[in-house]
Design a protein around this ligand. Structure first.
Ligand code: AMP
Length: 351
């Protein structure tokens, strides 16, 4: 008997369009996203609704949204293998977030670390920021995702998403949602230039993936170090230069820097130069050229986002039908007409 065909694993992840993508985004999540496009069914979205909690200027938000798409494509995302779309092109996620919020206790929401961390950093404590985990749960559940490849900072949100899926299934006594799992990369918490986590909300902490060489050089050269001389032994595990170098260098090159720091002989200035060289080797050259070409072809980037969104929206619509049936919210003629109209106008690419 031939084995029945296996359903491919569905991977889902999002990146906010709230600034330039940085090394933390790449090594914490995007590198995994691109690798997984050869392994499963991949849905990646640009989280512009989420970004609206911090970027509240239309042109900026549009610019960052384009930049995230262009970065992904330059880094190797293949739109024939993985979907890359704007969160806002599937507005049903907001509807689902609301429905999930009606079965979610305040206690769960109040435990979210990310909200407290962001407010501590000075981000306005808006209702949207507080509600973020509900929208993120909807982002994941609406596509019936199995795995969510993210950085460490998102793991609690995935736990919350599992809780919300369970509350929904229990309340409405239907297994509408499966419980997704987080997937961490080998670098789930990339250190920033200022010593904490590299984060878009702190420009001084980031090395942008596609920053100009002069900017990257300036940023690396300004990493603050202690005053130990070249020949003194130093602890590489507490050293931003080494920790970032380890991400971009070959294992033997990283081992050599580590040895130089531990034994003495490796100075901070030389280590910074090695890091700058490696960053250029990994993200410069062909990738930077490709990224520049994206700027010249905004129409192509837009077409990619739209084609992916059509497919994603169809998957979302089928989940929403099950949600409507379970809750008693009707999938009325009006809703059906809108979804079908969109499909007809789009030329009906297959999903
Ligand atoms: P965000 O920039 O918050 O939209 O994050 C996009 C993705 O990058 C998420 O999966 C984050 O967990 C991941 N990420 C962001 N910053 C870092 C970091 N410093 N180290 C590892 N992963 C990160």
């Amino acid at each position: 008997m031939p084995e029945p065909p296996k359903t491919p694993m569905r991977y889902l992840s999002g990146v906010q369009s709230s600034g330039r993508l940085h090394l933390g985004n790449y090594f914490g999540a995007i590198q995994n996203h691109i690798r997984l496009q050869d392994e499963g069914d991949c849905f990646y979205f640009i989280a512009n609704y989420h970004a609206l909690t911090t970027v509240q200027a239309a042109k900026e938000l549009e610019k960052f949204t384009f930049m995230v798409a262009a970065d992904y494509l330059a880094l190797g995302l293949d739109p024939n293998k993985a979907l890359l779309f704007r969160q806002s092109d599937v507005p049903e996620v907001n509807e689902l977030a609301w429905i999930l919020s009606t079965v979610t206790g305040m206690g769960l929401m109040e435990r979210a670390h990310s909200y407290k961390d962001k407010v501590a950093k000075g981000i306005a404590p808006s209702l949207g920021l507080f509600y973020y985990p509900a929208l993120m749960a909807a982002d994941i559940l609406i596509y019936q995702s199995d795995k969510v490849p993210v950085g460490q900072d998102q793991i609690q949100h995935i736990e919350m998403c599992r809780d919300m899926a369970g509350y929904f299934n229990n309340t409405f006594k239907k297994e509408v949602f499966k419980l997704p799992e987080g997937v961490l990369s080998e670098a789930p918490k990339v250190i920033g230039l200022t010593g904490g986590k590299m984060s878009k909300s702190d420009e001084d902490s980031v090395i942008p993936i596609f920053g100009e060489p002069a900017e990257i050089k300036k940023k690396v050269m300004s990493i603050v170090t202690d005053s130990k001389g070249v020949h003194e032994p130093k602890d590489p595990d507490q050293n931003v230069i080494y920790l970032l170098y380890k991400l971009v260098a070959k294992p033997e090159e990283a081992a050599q820097m580590e040895k130089g720091f531990r034994q003495g002989g490796m100075g901070y200035g030389d280590a910074k130069k090695l890091l700058i060289g490696k960053l250029e080797e990994v993200f410069g050259g062909e990738r930077r050229e490709k990224r520049k070409k994206m700027e010249e072809k905004p129409g192509m980037v837009e077409d990619t986002l739209v084609a992916s969104a059509r497919k994603a929206r169809r998957t979302a619509a089928s989940t929403m039908e099950a949600v409507y049936a379970a809750t008693g919210i009707p999938c009325s003629r009006v809703k059906k007409e809108i979804l079908e109209l969109k499909t007809q106008n789009s030329g009906g690419s297959s999903g």
